[in-house]
Write a protein that binds this ligand. Structure first.
Ligand SMILES: Cc1cc2nc3c(=O)[nH]c(=O)nc-3n(C[C@H](O)[C@H](O)[C@H](O)COP(=O)(O)O)c2cc1C
Length: 201
């Protein structure tokens, strides 16, 4: 059975444009995998706490207090969700030229030395391998597919070992209705192609 993990980062939950584009892909994925399992982690409804020194200490403590164990268990649960999925969908708005802090908090809880990556004599090695990752980015303005937001996502995902990454950008959504509709039509065309690839894969 295939498992798809959806990480949704819009402040507006399912109503966010990034969430809606991702949902269109997920609908197609469900048709291609009628017995598949979809797990939705909505970071607006169920926020991951900001990483503090106290939380980081809990990650690395050789022996943990019950409070530290609860923090480490929570991080382990998020990591299990990631590693047990065959495919990951990220629905990502651009907020203040970056990813939402909620998504940053999620990365801060799943990027763990010795668990999702490790340092070797030849440099860092990602340990989350063999996943397909599909990223749906919604932006009010137009900054292009090489913007630092996209570059950051590629870097953190590949640092953890994920290399099969496809980005779908919907840009200019807040410029005017014409630009918005053109952007959404273009994004939907790419989504249809991705869904067709899943149907034959
Ligand atoms: C707090 C906030 C900050 C934003 N900052 C930017 C920005 O820096 N650049 C941009 O292109 N759009 C920006 N926008 C517009 C969003 O990218 C756009 O509304 C997009 O649809 C948000 O995705 P969502 O609907 O999935 O939440 C911002 C929107 C909000 C609410």
């Amino acid at each position: 059975m295939q498992t798809l993990l959806v990480i949704q980062a819009s402040l507006f939950g399912h109503n966010g444009r990034s969430s809606q584009l991702a949902a269109e892909y997920v609908d197609g994925w469900r048709k291609a995998h009628p017995n598949g399992r979809v797990i939705i982690r909505d970071l607006a409804a169920d926020p991951v706490p900001q990483l503090t020194a106290e939380r980081f200490q809990a990650f690395i403590a050789p022996e943990r207090t019950p409070e530290q164990q609860a923090i480490a268990d929570y991080s382990a649960m998020l990591i299990d969700e990631l590693t047990s999925a065959d495919e990951i969908v990220l629905a990502v708005p651009m907020y203040n030229f970056n990813i939402p802090t909620g998504l940053q908090n999620w990365f801060d809880h799943v990027a763990r030395a010795g668990i999702t990556f490790r340092y070797t004599e030849n440099g860092p090695e990602g340990l989350v391998k063999g996943k397909r990752v599909r990223v749906f980015i919604a932006r009010g303005g137009q900054y292009g597919e090489t913007h630092s937001q996209t570059a950051y996502l590629r870097q953190i995902l590949s640092f953890m070992g994920m290399s099969d990454i496809v980005f779908v950008h919907a840009e200019g959504l807040n410029i005017n209705e014409t630009v918005r509709e053109q952007a959404l039509t273009k994004a939907r065309r790419v989504i249809e192609e991705l869904v067709e690839q899943r149907a034959v894969a």
